[in-house]
Design a protein. Sequence first.
Length: 367
Amino acid sequence: MLVFDKLKIREALTDENIYDLLHEWGGDPGREVFGFTSTTICHNPPGEGSRKLYYYENTGLFRCYTGCDSYFDIFELTTKVAKIQWDKEFDLNDAVRWIAQRFGFSGDHENRPEDEALDDWKYLANYERIQDITVKTNSIVLKEYENDILERFNYSVKIGPWLREGITQAALDQARIGYYPGGDQITIPHFDKDGRFIGLRGRTLCAEEGERFGKYRPMRVNREMYNHPLGMNLYNFNNSKDKIKLMKKAIIFEGEKSCLLYQSYFGLENDISVACCGSSVSNYQIQMLLEAGAEEIIVAFDRQFQEIGDEEFKHLKTNLMRLRDKYKNFVLISFIFDKNMITGYKDSPIDCGPDTFLQLFKERIVL
């Protein structure tokens, strides 16, 4: 049987090869400083979906920021495209073989079973795979960046849009939120549980760019990309961990801004909020909260549905129930669920003010 060396193929693939594949598959790729953006061909047919599939040249990984909400490499993307566009069920062996044949990479004849041929290849950078194993939070130390870069941003400029939404200057100052004129972006530094600077995200203030590429993206400054695996940390945990330990409760929002609103409404001294920076929670993030002493984890995700019972509603409910089933033997998981539709479509539960949030908080449910 012809067996292909996956590591050699992955190393031989160039960024131009990746770009060509995205083009062939109808992703309409566009070049960015970090790599490429594409339409979400990972879970949509060509020509449909938003431009929320990102390819990062420094890691060789894709990240879908919508339906998949996960990291994956070119071989896993191939399995997704095969199912959607070709109506074929590819496993990883099939994907490796297809890529090899597409670019003319040679294989070897070996007698070992086909499944065994893939055993030695571990997705070391595919952080979503780590969700399937138990890890101790002190076993992973993320790369630390120099704090000096934060001094380059403007902190005297008032972040008008966020201040008008109710975020206080005190909350912005504690989080070291700044402004970067180079990309017309709000700068959002990320710190680990010990306060080490591990990543930097930007929130564009340009509506057109936000619609095209997404509002939040990892930032590149002076040719260095300040990204980090979002599933390996919780935004604001360094500030809220002590209060979580005291209250034995934690609230998980999707985005950083929700944490800043929570602090602004209820006080920095009462903060039990964190953000997973997406619409899924990893094992690692749950374990961080368990080790902090949380006995109830309150999931406060955005209202990602327009009507009760629509397809988005069903998708959200399925994901929440999967989350509940996965961790119900370890911790109480409750959900802030806007069943009365008092928030807007894609709003965070805290976007409509403290009174609305408190109402939703009191009505939280356990599925």
